[in-house]
Design a protein around this ligand. Structure first.
Ligand SMILES: CC(C)(COP(=O)(O)OP(=O)(O)OC[C@H]1O[C@@H](n2cnc3c(N)ncnc32)[C@H](O)[C@@H]1OP(=O)(O)O)[C@@H](O)C(=O)NCCC(=O)NCCS
Length: 212
């Protein structure tokens, strides 16, 4: 409840909840509001005359995220998941739609009527607490590829990760995936690349700007 309350009322709610013994004495306000929906990441843009809403994913998006994955073509499924895949079951999709917006964040791009929108793009980050680096992954529907959508999702993920105290981003990709490599290099940070087996790892740190 604290996390969905207006920011002006969170402190008071937290104080009252503590008084009622609902939280231990050591719990801080920032710990209890983890999971707050980051409204500031919402944006509506236009691509090819179509309105595209970009926003953090919500639990209600589970079904449309699943449909997005089912509608990807075979090559894009392999590019995104690194192997052929024909089912996207509830447990896997839950990891994409049920997020805390801090350690893991999913951004979706939607077209269509409010409440009935179709997901045409997904960008996710997932924090590795040991390195404090977050892995990013993307899937853009074919008809929206190469139109700047990945770039907008990447920019928002990087801004949110930085804001959340994460040190930098990394991505794994096939070395022939020029779209992903170029997308990663649009970030204003120095990109390091190296091979891990037959996969390419792209890495950047927020304290290392591209020209520095
Ligand atoms: C790779 C992918 C995420 C790129 O997203 P996108 O929305 O198409 O990319 P954008 O339009 O924002 O373009 C980003 C940059 O990549 C370049 N680019 C995009 N697609 C490209 C392609 N197929 N070949 C070469 N460059 C490409 C753009 O020119 C742009 O670079 P620039 O700003 O220097 O000109 C998208 O094509 C996709 O979802 N592919 C299938 C799944 C996948 O490969 N996921 C990545 C692994 S997690």
């Amino acid at each position: 409840m604290i996390s969905i309350a207006h920011p002006d009322f969170r402190e008071e709610l937290f104080f009252e909840a503590k008084k009622m013994g609902l939280f231990s004495a050591e719990r801080t306000l920032s710990e209890s509001i983890h999971g707050v929906y980051p409204l500031q990441l919402e944006e509506t843009i236009e691509i090819g005359g179509q309105k595209v809403t970009i926003r953090p994913a919500k639990p209600v998006d589970e079904r449309r995220i699943q449909e997005h994955f089912y509608n990807l073509d075979k090559d894009d499924v392999i590019a995104r998941f690194f192997h052929e895949k024909t089912t996207f079951v509830h447990d896997e999709i839950e990891g994409v739609s049920l997020i805390d917006y801090v350690k893991d964040l999913t951004m979706v791009a939607l077209v269509g009527e409010f409440g009935f929108g179709r997901v045409v793009g997904i960008g996710e980050y997932l924090l590795d607490p040991a390195s404090n680096m977050a892995e990013v992954a993307f899937s853009i529907s074919k008809e929206f590829q190469n139109k700047g959508l990945g770039k907008i999702l990447m920019k928002k993920l990087a801004a949110a990760a930085r804001e959340n105290g994460i040190a930098g981003l990394l991505a794994f990709t096939a070395p022939y995936n020029q779209g992903m490599i170029r997308l990663f290099k649009t970030l204003p940070y120095k990109t390091e690349t190296h091979f891990e087996g037959d996969m390419l790892t792209l890495k950047c740190r927020f304290d290392k700007p591209a020209s520095g």
